[in-house]
Design a protein around this ligand. Structure first.
Ligand code: GDP
Length: 426
């Protein structure tokens, strides 16, 4: 059997998972996305250019790597096809050999995006901060058994009838609850021919593929979207995403339930960022936040929204590591902290007048106040550093301080967005 690894986010997402997958795929034969949809983005910079991936696995740039979209993803044919076209335009080859879509993946239907938009509008100032890509309506419909599986595209007559039934049901909500226009079957036909037909050649029984490649000794990399704190069951509910981002879900969402994961690489950013609404205890405001945001270029890959920024939160990070059961850590974007005199780190929370390092229940988070410890900064530009020894002493102390607090080895430190801007720490 081959060796399997999951690359997961420890915090709120945008930790730099995509660049770690892009780096590590050298040692893996298959990369699988097991949850989420096109609602977040991975930015990958390599010898082929700069890419913002949303649904495509980040192994798509490596020759010989098989990329799989598992049954757990929100498969949006329109977004996926547009993404495939954008990436192939830049000279990357995408064929049914290197991209395979699970026939058991459920389709994100045209009305899911609209439902997302209508509900956020209804919620007004109580909105969740959705990226409006239809993810929450998609997953709720999936669990209500009110969407279709990708493999149904191979049964056109049955598919038509199934979609017609779903359309009649969904139009009740669209028109009756939200007062929106009904969706027509003609528009669905057009969606099928414009997008679904295009992705059909990639659809197959990916569970079979995974089992076979594993039995032949090949290594599988599971790629997560977002991070622990956005996990539907373990995150800051209801400000979570609508799927399970944790590594434990990888075997289920990938289509290989028997998979054993040997390595779980948790990705942590050297400071905190968070997109959308919800509690964010170590959040910074004003000039302090603006300086960090612009140093780290913290604007969403999908939405362009400014990300909320804050001090590295060791309470949330330790919890994130625990729920992922991470075996090692990649600490990203350390270069962004160069030039800050003192670096704030949130080492505990104050809750009901008591200090705690245990991440509280979501409803208590709004009352938690950060306990900040300042670590000495460094002035040198570290983006050209490639070995642990060459890092400034203060940068080493920052990393060691974090490592001691989280109790998990930091194996990689990234100091720039490019593939080779990485320090491997023994
Ligand atoms: P993901 O969704 O977890 O893959 O993260 P994103 O791609 O949304 O966000 C990470 C961003 O940081 C991307 O724009 C990367 O190019 C960039 N990035 C990743 N690692 C580093 C790093 O070490 N230094 C700098 N300056 N940028 C980085």
């Amino acid at each position: 059997m081959g060796k399997n690894c999951a690359i997961v986010g420890i915090n709120w997402g945008d930790e730099g998972k995509g660049r770690m997958v892009d780096l590590l795929t050298e040692n893996y034969d298959v990369v699988v996305r097991y949850q989420g949809g096109g609602n977040a983005g991975h930015t990958v910079i390599n010898d082929k250019g700069k890419f913002a991936l949303h649904l495509l696995p980040s192994g798509i740039f490596r020759d010989g790597v098989i990329n799989i979209l598992g049954n757990g993803v929100a498969l949006d044919p329109e977004n996926l096809w547009n993404e495939i076209c954008g990436v192939t335009e830049k000279g990357v080859s995408i064929t049914p050999e290197n991209l395979k879509i699970s026939d058991r993946a459920s389709l994100l239907l045209p009305w899911h995006r609209e439902m997302d938009e209508l509900e956020e509008k209804r919620l007004a100032d109580k909105k969740y901060g959705s990226t409006k890509q239809g993810i929450a309506p998609f997953y709720s419909d999936k669990y209500q058994k009110k969407t279709v599986l990708a493999g149904e595209l191979f049964y056109p007559e049955k598919l038509k009838e199934h979609l017609n039934d779903l359309l009649l049901w969904k139009n009740l909500t669209l028109t009756g609850v939200y007062g929106a226009d009904a969706i027509t079957l003609e528009s669905i036909d057009k969606w099928i021919s414009d997008y679904c037909e295009k992705i059909k050649p990639f659809i197959c029984d990916t569970g079979k593929v995974l089992k076979e490649v594993s039995q032949s000794g090949k290594n599988i990399l599971f790629e997560a979207q977002l991070g622990s704190l956005r996990d539907l069951d373990y995150g800051i509910y209801p400000y979570t995403t609508s799927s399970n981002t944790i590594a434990a879900y990888a075997p289920i969402g990938s289509g290989f339930p028997a998979a054993k994961i040997d390595r779980i690489l948790g990705v942590v950013k050297a400071y905190s960022t968070c997109v959308g609404e919800g509690p964010f205890v170590s959040e910074m405001f004003g000039d302090e936040a603006e300086n960090l945001r612009s140093a780290g270029n913290e604007y969403g890959a999908k939405t362009g929204r400014p990300r909320r920024v804050g001090a590295l939160d060791l309470v949330a990070t330790s919890y994130g590591i625990e729920v992922q059961d991470a075996t090692e850590i990649a600490l990203t974007k350390l270069d962004v902290l160069s030039g800050f005199d003192k670096i704030p780190v949130c080492v505990a929370y104050l809750l009901d007048g008591k200090k705690t390092t245990r991440f509280p229940f979501p409803a208590a988070l709004n009352d938690a106040k950060p306990v900040i410890h300042y670590v000495n900064g460094w002035m040198q530009d570290i983006s050209g550093v490639r070995s642990w020894q060459d890092l400034p002493q203060a940068a080493k102390e920052y990393v060691t301080f974090i490592e001691e607090k989280i109790g998990c080895p930091i194996k990689y430190i990234s100091v720039g967005p490019e593939r080779d801007s990485i320090i491997i720490k023994d």
